[in-house]
Design a binder for this molecule. Structure first.
Ligand code: GLA
Length: 391
């Protein structure tokens, strides 16, 4: 990634100095260790922020204009804070527009800004490059305008931007961990209360490894919405069966599920089983990590993948292949698909001594079968969004 001096040089070539506040900010992508498709069921998730991130440089303007130069696609776009409607072309701008829209709707006054940004987060492979773009925009605009927006509020605001402006009905996980992630900790989030706990993840013997299948599926959005509907149907069913307040699948125990599953339509029953058992796996996984039991955690990752593949049906051939190949290698404690699914990445937990052999084997074997060379990234839990400089 380019260093800040180089980025400021580009910034100064693109824009004339307004003499107002300026600064540099960053926000990371994420990988979810366990707890998939549970956030919108008010359940539990355990993501980490990754080393890959977006860096944004900005300077405040004295008017209502936002000008932004994207160093990835090399496009420059401008829009007014008073005319925010989603674009059909250059749709990446919608993440920025959505965020400033939500900041203003929350009652914070904004002035315009000149912005540039660069990213090394691969896009559309389930590592939350869009959440990172939302979060870095929110942080940049807040700091340049001297607003104090707390990280949790920022995460919610960014999620609303994605829901309302971009039109993707995502849960809170991605924005939350991009705002609040911390070095050497996984973030255990209760997606009902929005409370979180930092879970130490710093064993020098183990490494989190991401394998990018390089397969993107167009189905993600539509299938994601279908899964949400199926979960709602299952929730409605349990509301009628159980004599207490049920707000989401989070409220159903495994025993209750077992008692009534036969009365549910077969597909709905499997969707519910995934969510209910996954919530259980996250909580058990957190305990395992707290006790330093990495092999128990790895086992839960393996079960999570099975459940996502068979019950929730959001995996695909390439992800299953990456998981199967990984589980055949020495030193691999766990492997599963991560993110929304239908392509994208797997997350693996590996003993450090076996890393080189793992990388070589996975690259060769995956290429032999699919013709694609997968990308492999190593990442410890990294820190969340932050101010790099403000002057
Ligand atoms: C996407 C969404 C998240 C979450 C995951 C699945 O990444 O943005 O909110 O629902 O899918 O766990």
């Amino acid at each position: 990634m380019q260093d800040l001096n180089k980025l400021w040089k580009i910034f100064n070539e693109k824009f004339t100095d307004t003499g107002l506040v300026k600064g540099a900010f960053s926000a990371p992508g994420r990988v979810n260790l366990i707890g998939e498709h549970t956030d919108y069921n008010e359940g539990f998730v355990l993501p980490i922020a990754i080393r890959k991130k977006i860096i944004m440089l900005g300077q405040l303007r004295n008017d209502r204009l936002v000008q932004v130069f994207d160093l990835v696609y090399k496009t420059k776009i401008k829009f007014s804070l008073d005319a925010l409607t989603p674009l059909k072309k250059d749709t990446w701008v919608n993440y920025l527009m959505g965020v400033v829209d939500e900041i203003q709707k929350a009652g914070y006054p904004l002035q315009g800004a000149n912005l540039i940004f660069t990213s090394n987060i691969p896009q559309r492979v389930g590592l939350s490059s869009s959440a990172a773009l939302e979060v870095v925009t929110a942080l940049t605009m807040a700091k340049l305008n001297l607003l104090e927006i707390k990280p949790v509020e920022m995460a919610h605001l960014c999620r609303r931007a994605e829901n309302n402006f971009v039109g993707v009905a995502c849960g809170i996980m991605d924005q939350y961990v991009s705002c609040l992630g911390q070095k050497n900790y996984a973030l255990f989030i209760d997606c009902r209360s929005n409370d979180y706990d930092l879970i130490p993840f710093k064993d020098h013997n183990y490494q989190i490894v991401i394998c990018n299948s390089k397969v993107q599926r167009g189905l993600v959005n539509s299938e994601y919405n279908i899964r949400r509907e199926e979960c709602k149907m299952a929730t409605e069913f349990f509301k009628h069966k159980l004599n207490r307040e049920i707000r989401a699948l989070r409220d159903i125990t495994i025993d209750e599920y077992k008692k009534y599953q036969a009365q549910l339509p077969e597909v709905t029953a499997r969707r519910a089983r995934h969510v209910i058992s996954e919530n259980y796996r996250v909580q058990t996984g957190v305990q395992a990590l707290r006790m330093g039991n990495y092999s128990a955690f790895g086992q839960l990752m393996i079960e999570s993948h099975q459940s996502l593949k068979d019950d929730y049906e959001v995996s695909c051939i390439e992800l299953d292949l990456l998981v199967n190949l990984a589980l055949k290698q020495e030193g691999v404690l766990g492997a599963r698909m991560t993110g929304a699914g239908f392509g994208g990445c797997t997350v693996n937990l590996i003993e450090k001594n076996y890393l080189d052999a793992f990388k070589k084997k996975i690259k060769n074997e995956y290429k032999k079968i699919t013709g694609i060379i997968p990308d492999i990234y190593l990442t410890p839990p990294a820190e969340g969004a932050k101010v790099l400089e403000l002057r």
